[in-house]
Structures are given as C-alpha cells and as structure tokens.
Design a protein around this ligand. Structure first.
Ligand code: PLP
Length: 284
C-alpha cells in the first residue's frame, strides 16, 4: 500500500509525520472520508466543501486547491488499485515545538490513504440488519467540525463492539439521540414519520445525511427533522444510520430491544438502494 504524505507518495508501512505534529499532540486537525466506487470518488464536492468549512472554523490554512486535492485523492486511489473502498484525508495544523497556542507560518500536514473494502460484506450486513447500543454523548461543543479528536467516539464504538454491536447510538443529557459514534441516526417513528436530528444540534452535518435528505424529498417520504429520544427509537418501526463508509445501515436491535419486526424496514432498504444507485452514478 501507498500513502501520500506532504507532497510525496511513500510505502504505507513506514509513512510517517513528525512526533511534534499537532495532530498527534493536540488532535489539532480535521479529516474527510470519501467512498470509492469503480475507482471514482462519491460526492467529491460535498466532502470537499465540508473540509473547507472545518479548516476555516479552526483557522488552518487550506493546503491546496480543490483541483490539486482531487488529483492527490485520485492518484492515491490509483496507486493502491482501489476499485471499491474508501479514501481518507487528514489535514493538521502542522509540525511545531509543542505549545497550545497556534504556531506561525507553519504549513499544514496532509496525509491521504486509500483502502479496498469488500462491498459484499456490507451488503450482507445490511440485508440482515445490524445491532446498536446506546451510549452517552460525552463529546465537546463543536461536533459540527470533523476533527481527528475522536476519543469519545472511539470509546463509544469500543463499548458497542464489546457488546457485540455494530454502532453506538449517542444520546444527550435529555435522553435525546444526537447521532451515531461515526454515523448519523434516523428512525421511522411509531406514526410512520421519518425523523433525524436537525443540524442546529451539536452533531456532524453528514454528507450522506444531506444526500439522503434530497432523496427523501424526491421519493415523497414524509420527513420531520427533529430530535427523537432513545425511548422513541426503541419503539420505532425502523432505525438506521448513515455514513460515507456504510451508506444506509439498518439497525434491527437497540440495547437488545428488537426494532419493528427485527428485519430491515422498507424505508431504510429503499433509501440504501437509491442512495447507492445515485452515488455510483454521480461518482467522479
Ligand atoms: N457523524 C459522525 C460522528 C461521523 O464521524 C460521521 C462520519 O464519519 C458521520 C456522522 C457521517 O458523516 P458522512 O455521511 O459525511 O460520512
């Protein structure tokens, strides 16, 4: 495997950034993940504009033009011979002697990796439906910025894995679901209404979430962009999560409580199908 690091392509095994990189010391950096279909990037523009926003919010300089970045992503995909999989981009504030305050005139560090994924595995899980567990959301107040500071997310995902579950569904101090540890969360409530938390809340504005919202409108599905509680999720007809790497994943049990009839529901199934069809078609 090959990784892009600050302007050069290096063998993945020994590709490195400096020990005083601010990503390493302060989690002072942001990232994006694109899914790759047939060697092409899904929703290139959507992830690119969120990247620009994350960098701007943290006052990290934009390291290269959109065109140059597109070329680096493509080249990393090509060098790793990825047909289907993901490409990961990380931009940190760069390497400087350790000091909490920002360094001056330090170029950002840029790392890109790509890996192949077996789409059939994801399809098999989606056909069966995955397990979820709930977990308190203990993150900071700027979850709208896609930073590499993922320790609370990692702790939640680990708790899920230890209970044999695929995803941790996070809830706030009011018992309302925020999102998943690495996904946005949705339900089809008892009244058949599709619900997902609004982006005024402290959550990541998922690019897959945004794409699904458009499809929901096109499909004429009734939507209520409004918070739902853990209890509502457990009583829901359907629960599912969305992310660039897992598309639309039905959740068929939550903390061991069966959701609906314990099988992926019609709305999640339909949205997965139309999302994948569109993502493939529009990949560049
Ligand atoms: N929420 C969190 C916390 C995430 O980490 C992610 C993706 O990594 C998402 C939601 C889904 O975002 P996207 O659809 O842009 O991949």
């Amino acid at each position: 495997r090959i990784a892009y690091v600050n302007g050069t392509y290096q063998p993945h095994n020994n590709a490195t950034v400096h020990i005083e990189d601010r990503g390493f010391q302060f989690a002072d950096g942001v990232y994006e993940v694109w899914s790759v279909f047939d060697g092409k990037l899904a929703d290139f523009e959507g992830h690119l504009s969120r990247l620009a926003r994350s960098l701007t919010e943290l006052r990290i300089p934009i390291p290269m033009t959109a065109q140059a970045l597109g070329q680096v992503l493509k080249e990393t995909i090509r060098r790793n011979r990825v047909r289907n999989g993901i490409v990961y981009l990380q931009v940190t504030r760069g390497t400087a002697p350790r000091d909490h305050a920002f360094p001056q005139d330090t170029p950002p560090s840029v790392v890109v990796t790509a890996k192949s994924l077996d789409l059939r595995k994801g399809e098999a899980l989606a056909a069966k439906g995955a397990a979820g567990v709930t977990h308190p959301d203990i993150r900071w107040g700027r979850c709208d910025i896609k930073t590499v500071g993922l320790l609370p997310n990692a702790l939640a995902k680990q708790a899920a894995r230890e209970r044999g579950a695929y995803e941790a569904i996070l809830f706030d101090e009011m018992g309302m679901v925020t999102e998943g540890s690495s996904t946005n969360a949705w339900i089809v409530d008892e009244n058949g209404r599709l619900r997902t938390r609004d982006t005024q809340a402290n959550i990541l504005r998922g690019i897959t979430r945004a794409a699904i919202l458009k499809l929901v409108e096109a499909e004429g599905i009734e939507l209520d962009e409004r918070a739902f509680s853990v209890e509502e999720a457990k009583r829901a007809r359907e629960v599912f999560v969305t992310a660039a790497s897992s598309f639309v994943m039905p959740i068929v049990s939550l903390d061991g409580t069966r959701i609906g009839d314990g099988k992926p529901g019609p709305i999640a199934t339909r949205l997965r199908e139309v999302y994948l069809e569109q993502a493939r078609r529009e990949a560049i």
